[in-house]
Write a protein of this length. Sequence first.
Length: 546
Amino acid sequence: MKKKNRKMQLILIGITFALVGLIALQVVLLKNALRLEQQTFRQNVNSSLAAIVRKIEEREALTKILDAHPKRDSLLQVSNSFQYSTQTSDTDFQFEIHTVATDTAHSKQRRILHYSDFTQQVQMDTTTSDSIKIFAIAGQMDNANFNSIITHAGSSPQAIDRVMVRVDSTKGSRTGLRLLVNRVIADLEQANRLPLEKRIKPAALDSMIRGTLTENGLDLPFAWGVFSQPQDSLLLQNSSSGSDFSPQLQKSTFSMTLFPLALTPNAERLKLYFPRQDFFILKKISVLLGITLFLLAIIFAGFIYTIRTIFRQQHFAYSLTNFINNMTHEFKTPISTISLAAEALASNTSVRDDEQRFQRYNKIITEENARMRRQVETILQMAALERGEFELNLQTLDVHDVIASVTTNAALQVEKKDGCLRCDLAAKNSQIQADPMHITGIITNLVDNANKYTPVNPDITVKTSNDDHGITIAISDNGLGIKQENRKRIFDMYYRVPTGNVHNVKGFGLGLSYVKMMVEAHGGTIEVQSEHRRGTTVVLHFPVVK
């Protein structure tokens, strides 16, 4: 037995280690998945911050460029008449002239001027000079001196009211772009000295942040703020969130410097804070987390069920062994008695000749045989009850009559131990639908247990009362009582409450299991109230016949 218990302990230890290892492995995998999602979240936020800062700079630079560059469709107009168009000494080019005549009889005239591939606006001196003055966006660029004169065919200078000219010029474009860049840089440098409130509109910045975060898969509530360094004072923040997250923003690690490409960069930093960051990250791994927890719950439940089953089997095996021991003891005594009586009848002729002695031995054999038969029938009956192979002979009976009959028969056994058995039958309606044999067996078992488990001076009381649902029968004693840890198993088959030597109190451990099965078969309930060394009360409840 000890060897078997040792083997069982090793198996339980192995299963426990396997379960703990599996849970630890799943926890590690979940932590890694969570760490990966956190890292991905940080990368996406930092990428979004970089994109936001870049967009802010690009938008400001584009605004300055558009402010500095005239629109492509605007052409400088030259009033008065057109006199000459010529070609410079160092560059071959053509020019295109659109003329508008005051005289409706004259149509528009065209001349083409090529000066590389860049279109530049020019103003022509139509009065005193034979040159075309070329102007860039930033101002005057060059004077193109012409060597040859191209006259207007079919039109007179006096008929021309104004001239619109486009000039393509590589030389002019390079100079113009250089001036354009210089001017934009100057404007940006000037803007860098402006207060932040004049450079950034909170509504536009909020919209830009929201759009950029959504593009990067970060569709969750956020708060932003712009802080000065190193004072870490708040300059701007979004007011649409409805809450003040200034303390959280100051501590936020999601931060990036604004206008980092400026010649004299400022110290303002844009910071982001996400109130539901943890929930958002957990939501990313919610499927994995749910499946893992579900599988772990199944494994853990299976483990608990297996452990409980193993212990139940152990207890059952122990109880069955005790049952066999008790049954052997219960059968051994009558068998020995029958054997001795039979031997006396067979070997001793004087006994056979003495009618009185013969009848006495014959009575002993008959009684012991009946005793063994009852025990065998009890065991067979319990096996049939456990399989559900029984039928109830239901009839209306008065449970008070059953109690009176049982207590009358048991009173003698109680009195032998200097005890008393009292009845308090206060129920007004005691009519129930029941099988008389089994109801008698239920009351008999409970009264017998109350007497057996009270060593001396038993004080047993049987009470009845009615409630709205039926009749209650309470059987109380002042005996040994039942410990808390044993109370939940008293209805198990073959289980007997430990009382030292198992043979001190006769029985097979079948009585209470029989009582519970029969009470429930009659539609009733059973409850045990007990304290160790303070007695026990068994409460039965049955529906009554109305």
